[in-house]
Design a protein around this ligand. Structure first.
Ligand SMILES: CC(C)(COP(=O)(O)OP(=O)(O)OC[C@H]1O[C@@H](n2cnc3c(N)ncnc32)[C@H](O)[C@@H]1OP(=O)(O)O)[C@@H](O)C(=O)NCCC(=O)NCCS
Length: 504
């Protein structure tokens, strides 16, 4: 059963007996709490509530001291008290606020109002996987599943992908607005391009990391090291401008680390970033070591923009949960990469392409896919937790794939992908009626990346390299108005406490 520590305001806002009441009242107001605990050393000797302040104000005593209005001595409640028993105690004794103590030391304050709220509605029951539950307010963006629409701040993400550069969108996500002039654009580039370069110390560690891990796994290790080397500090300890600088660093260095790890894994020399190329062209340059075609660079840029953010998905939620603990921005991104690496989230595009390989040609679609659906397997690249209509990213990427296919082989490949899409949707419609299953971003992401010469093992890492931007925008927002994210679980195991068995 939940105890009082899940509900209390901690640490308590405190005052001393000798200070002016209006000073203590201002502190109460600034911290948005309804009481202050009056301390003498490490001991709680009294409590002043909003009511005491109002009463003193009504009597016109402008220079009252805390000691003149406080309730003293003060009763406290132990941190291990359960919520129902705390509520019963406060009701019995007529208290509205009570200090909470741990081994006699004040660690928080609990209010009757909060207890009654929990008591009247009980712990909120939510759907499995938190599906559809609103857990935060955000200005970063949103997804409208029924309309097949999503946006970054107030702009359509697909329109941004078609009309703006990755750096423009990056700036929009981090700073809140699009560059309005070439000068503003240049300023952002001047700030971020030098951050692409990895230091010699990290560079020297990459071969060891690449020798034992795939690029996305290796990214977690290398980013942890890069963040530690740069001495990133907990977000709660740093100013907004430092948080922004840390975010830009993590976003800029991620593609460089990924491409270096990929090349090292293939025993190829690392290709350092080029300052004269935009983000996407530089990505292809660092991956292949050759000048990319403008068409490939633009196709990749549109893909990267379209995947920079997408509502409160699992990795974004993870990033915000870690940011809510006050951890440094590097820790938040590393945690989010872990969430993204799962096949149900970001790990699907290479699997979607593997499915195309397995099917081989259009006449085999039913024979390969129907038994999979029958077995209850999820067909990679299909279905979405939010979209119940076409995923707008998949529609856009299908168009890009068609435009990119400029020779016979690639045209045949895109036509085969489209036929597979139609075939699988038909099968899903027949075998899973009413589930509204269509292609998601991953299906054509694999196709577009393949056409740009990106190898399958770099599909999810490439997705990660742009999603860092969305994570960072969300982490900055979380840090700016933070409340630790700490939900509850219902215990369904054997009733405790059971006797501890003896070792035979
Ligand atoms: C993305 C995904 C996790 C969304 O899951 P979800 O919204 O929770 O959907 P559910 O798991 O509740 O599925 C609802 C029904 O559709 C079916 N379904 C969902 N996606 C399916 C898929 N790709 N292939 C076959 N059946 C699927 C489920 O089996 C379930 O059927 P049931 O009602 O008979 O049990 C899921 O569609 C999936 O695993 N897709 C494949 C992986 C993928 O492409 N991921 C990238 C996401 S961008």
């Amino acid at each position: 059963m939940s105890t009082i520590d899940s509900l209390m305001t901690s640490p308590p806002v405190t005052a001393t007996a000798g200070e002016l009441l209006r000073v203590a009242a201002k502190r109460m107001h600034d911290h948005r709490v309804g009481s202050v605990v009056v301390m003498e050393g490490s001991r709680a000797i009294g409590i002043v509530t909003e009511r005491d302040v109002l009463r003193a104000a009504a009597s016109g005593a402008a220079t009252s001291l805390v000691s003149e209005v406080m309730t003293a001595p003060v009763d406290s409640i132990d941190v291990t008290t359960t919520l129902p028993s705390a509520l019963a105690t406060m009701r019995e004794r007529g208290y509205r606020h009570m200090p909470v103590t741990d081994h006699g030391h004040p660690v928080g304050v609990v209010s009757l109002r909060d207890l009654m709220r929990v008591a009247s509605i009980g712990p909120a029951e939510v759907p499995r996987g938190l599906k559809g539950v609103v857990v935060a307010d955000t200005e970063v963006g949103d997804v409208r599943g029924n309309e097949g629409f999503y946006h970054y701040r107030q702009y359509s993400a697909v329109e941004l992908a078609e009309r703006r550069t990755l750096e423009d969108v990056w700036q929009l996500m981090i700073d809140g607005s699009l560059a309005a002039t070439e000068i503003e654009r240049q300023r952002f580039l001047t700030e971020t391009i030098p951050l692409r370069t990895i230091t010699l110390a990290i560079h020297e560690l990459l071969p060891a990391i690449a020798s034992v891990s795939e690029p996305l796994e290796g990214l977690r290790t290398a980013l942890s090291l890069a963040a530690a080397e740069r001495k990133l500090r907990p977000v709660i300890d740093i100013h907004t401008s430092q948080r922004r600088a840390d975010a830009l660093f993590l976003c800029a260095v991620t593609p460089t680390i990924l491409c270096a790890l990929h090349r090292l894994r293939r025993r190829l020399p690392v290709v350092p970033p080029r300052a004269d190329l935009g983000y996407a062209a530089n990505y292809l340059w660092m991956l292949h070591g050759t000048d990319p075609s403008a068409a490939n660079a633009r196709a990749l840029e549109s893909y990267l923009i379209s995947t920079a953010d997408h509502g409160f998905n699992a990795s974004t939620f993870t990033a915000r949960v870690v940011a809510s603990t006050g951890a440094d921005m590097g820790a938040c991104v590393v945690a989010a990469i872990g969430a993204l690496s799962g096949p149900l989230h970001g790990g699907a595009p290479s699997r979607a392409l593997a499915l195309l390989d397995e099917i081989g040609s259009t006449e085999h679609i039913d024979e390969v896919v129907a038994p999979m659906i029958e077995r209850g397997d999820k067909i990679m690249g299909f279905g979405h937790p939010v979209y119940k209509t076409d995923d707008p990213r998949s529609v856009m990427l299908r168009g890009i794939a068609r435009r990119l296919a400029d020779d016979e082989d690639s045209r045949r490949f895109v036509a085969f992908a489209e036929a597979t899409e139609a075939g699988v949707i038909n099968l899903l419609l027949r075998m899973k009626p009413g589930r509204q299953l269509r292609t998601n971003v991953e299906f054509y992401a694999g196709v577009v990346m393949q056409l740009c010469g990106i190898p399958p093992e770099m599909f999810t890492p490439t997705f990660a390299s742009s999603r860092v931007i969305g994570w960072c925008a969300n982490m900055l927002e979380q840090a700016a108005d933070n409340k630790i994210i700490r939900p509850s679980a219902r215990y369904i195991g054997p009733p405790p406490p059971q006797p501890i068995p003896h070792v035979a």
